[in-house]
Ligand binder design. Structure first.
Ligand code: FPP
Ligand code: MG
Length: 280
């Protein structure tokens, strides 16, 4: 994996003060929770490939995969007890709870055509933004940063997480399994309506709405492919990309709360890296 959340924890420390041994523990904690959530996510999405190799569920079956995810999560909780202050365990527990609740929300809103863009943003803010946010927040906090700096880093993480999940959701529609190394194309098939789809639904003329709804609820593979082409021709992907870039720009501005150093520069480069991935 890219270990983005772990990088965030350590870089936030260096950007807001000093990197300590605690930052390494924090990095491991957020990465383990992320890994646990992916192992569970692949069971829920019935995905057979992740990072170019068979998922835990494909290898050992869903039962063992769920237990493996629990085990990774428990190990992360054990590492939280290494800190003298209970701030770390409390914030990590809250973030993990947000991640799971975001996933519950997503599951409950599957095939729900009334899902709004605001609700989608809240949902991905929980399932993805929360862990990015807590990594950056606690990274700054462990470095002894003042409260306004900690809050700015938290929002930086949240916005980067949002941008990343919108991008990841676009990839599920248009990416290739060869490039991403994971099972794609499951969102539309499983009724998970993501930003480009919601933008199309919101702007479609009355004459198109019934046709689109029918494709989303019971379309076959060919109809779903045609719908993805429609998302291109109607500019919905372009608008989703603009939304990603807005989040990245807002995240970049938040870094102005600290004096620039090599770690701040790296945090800015993370934003540019996501931007470059999107391309034109
Ligand atoms: C990836 O979504 C999944 C998440 C961001 C969170 C998944 C969380 C759970 C399954 C709850 C369990 C959580 C814990 C802490 C044990 P995606 O399917 O959009 O991304 P993908 O394309 O990488 O699969
Ligand atoms: Mg998935």
């Amino acid at each position: 994996g890219k270990r983005l959340r772990a990088a965030l924890a350590v870089l936030a420390g260096g950007a807001a003060g000093q990197i300590t041994a605690g930052h390494i523990d924090l990095a491991v904690i957020v990465e383990l929770i992320h890994l646990a959530s992916l192992v569970h996510d692949d069971v829920m999405d019935r995905a057979d490939t992740r990072r170019g190799t068979p998922t835990a569920a494909a290898r050992w079956g869903p039962e063992t995969a769920v237990l493996l995810g629990d085990c990774l999560f428990a190990h992360a909780l054990k590492l939280c007890t290494r800190f003298d202050s209970n701030l770390i365990s409390r914030r990590i527990a809250e973030a993990a709870s947000d991640v799971v609740q975001g996933e519950i929300l997503q599951t409950r809103r599957q095939y729900d055509l009334s899902l709004t863009e605001a609700e989608y943003r809240r949902l991905i803010g929980m399932k993805t933004g929360a862990l990015f946010a807590v990594a950056a927040e606690l990274g700054a906090s462990l470095a002894g940063a003042a409260e306004p700096v900690v809050a700015a880093f938290r929002e930086y993480g949240e916005r980067l997480g949002l941008a990343y999940q919108i991008y990841d959701d676009c990839l599920d529609l248009v990416g290739t399994e060869q490039d991403t190394g994971k099972t794609l194309g499951t969102d539309l098939e499983k009724g998970k309506f993501t930003l480009p789809v919601l933008l199309r639904l919101a702007e479609a003329k009355d004459a198109d709405v019934d046709r689109i709804r029918a494709v989303l609820l019971q379309g076959d593979l060919i109809q779903r492919c045609e719908f993805i082409a429609e998302l291109h021709s109607t500019g919905c992907f372009r608008r989703a990309v603009a939304a990603i870039r807005d989040e990245l720009a807002a995240a970049g501005a938040l870094l102005d709360v600290v004096k620039s150093n090599v770690h701040v520069t790296a945090l800015r480069r993370l934003l540019t890296a996501v931007d470059n991935h999107i391309g034109k």
